[in-house]
Write a protein that binds this ligand. Structure first.
Ligand code: NAP
Length: 318
């Protein structure tokens, strides 16, 4: 019979590793199943200039290496493996890595989300060299430049607004002529003199060898193709949460994000565990439930919340 751990943390982005730091300092001896490619989305970025505490900025992979080192310093056990199966129907909760089974009294789900990309080889080649998915992270590099934002949702409108503070021209390229974005966000973009729209258009190629120099567009109604010169392309077509293995175990929303179903104290009406999922003892932190902010610093904050709640929950329930 395997040892029953106090807590297993699934995922190793800012949420998971912050949870690991706090739970290890609480002497809970957490096991982090980090993923074969550990570290989350920041491992794919270069300069991170908006993570507080690094006035000169820091490279994404260096920041995550620091997160990891700090959690390991207090005894977090971190394995670079992918979780292949879970069984949360009975306690102790069961988690498998291939054939190996791990048992735990509590779980923190922090598997994160991944950016949806257009899927063009030219786009993938130029990520970090003019292609980005995060205006708050990268807008600064486009001061005085021309950029496009792909998408028609709230994210696209918001990214365009952020970019308009730096770029000279921002064009929102959207595949339809109606927006998925809320009216208020779309109106704000329409009223911004630096933002223009290219509707019924999709990007079919990103041009440039070493850096983005332009895009080839296709009119979705007429099929006509055209090219425009730009310095940057921001892709804002949504994210996908990494929750496939939790289907049938945890309540997920329509888009697959983990639902938080915090427990309410009947006497005070206050929520006791804000990071609790649909199952007692399973907590959630970071982009896997938060589609709204999706920032490293907010994910780290959620990781801290979940860890503090796990500590209290274990005291009260075990
Ligand atoms: P979203 O609402 O799902 O919108 C995605 C957009 O990308 C849609 O316009 C969609 O086009 C387009 N798209 C999807 N796949 C595409 C593809 N392969 N090629 C071209 N275009 C594609 O995603 P989101 O904008 O990231 O927003 C996610 C959630 O966060 C929403 O609930 C949103 O309200 C929220 N959010 C809120 C704020 C805020 O309130 N400040 C800011 C950001 C996000 P179609 O419309 O044609 O499907």
């Amino acid at each position: 019979m395997s040892e029953v751990r106090n807590v297993i943390i699934l995922g190793s982005g800012p949420a998971g590793l912050t949870a690991a730091l706090y739970t290890s300092r609480a002497d809970l001896k957490p096991l982090v199943i980090a993923g074969i490619t550990w570290g989350g989305q920041l491992m794919l970025t270069t300069d991170v200039e908006n993570y507080p505490g690094f006035p000169e900025g820091i490279q994404g992979p260096d920041l995550m290496a620091n997160f990891r080192k700090q959690a390991e310093r207090f005894g977090a056990e971190i394995i670079n493996e992918n979780v292949t199966k879970v069984d949360f129907k009975s306690t102790p909760f069961k988690v498998w890595v291939g054939e190996k089974e791990y048992l735990a009294k509590s779980i923190i789900v922090s598997t994160g989300a991944e950016t949806n990309w257009l899927g063009l080889p030219s786009e993938q080649k130029l990520i970090g060299r003019g292609v980005s998915s995060c205006a708050p992270c990268d807008a600064f590099f486009f001061r005085g430049k021309k950029v496009i934002v792909v998408g028609g949702g709230d994210s696209a409108m918001e990214e365009a607004g952020v970019l308009s503070k730096f770029a000279t021209e921002v064009t929102i390229v959207h595949r339809r002529d109606e927006f998925r974005a809320s009216k208020i966000m779309a109106d704000r973009a329409k009223e911004n003199p630096k933002i223009s729209f290219k509707l019924n258009s999709e990007v079919i190629d990103v041009l440039g060898e070493q850096k983005v120099e332009g895009v080839r567009l296709k009119d979705t109604k007429s099929g006509e193709e055209s090219e425009i010169s730009i310095d940057g392309m921001f892709v804002a077509i949504g994210h996908s949460p990494l929750t496939k293995i939790f289907k049938g175990e945890l309540d997920l929303d329509q888009k697959g994000y983990v639902k938080r179903l915090p427990e309410k104290d009947s006497s005070t009406g206050m929520y006791t565990y804000k990071t609790m999922t649909s199952l007692n003892g399973i907590f959630v932190a970071g982009d896997v439930h938060d589609y709204h902010y999706q920032q490293a610093v907010t994910a780290a904050g959620y990781g801290c919340q979940a860890a503090l709640e796990v500590e209290r929950w274990l005291e009260e329930n075990h």
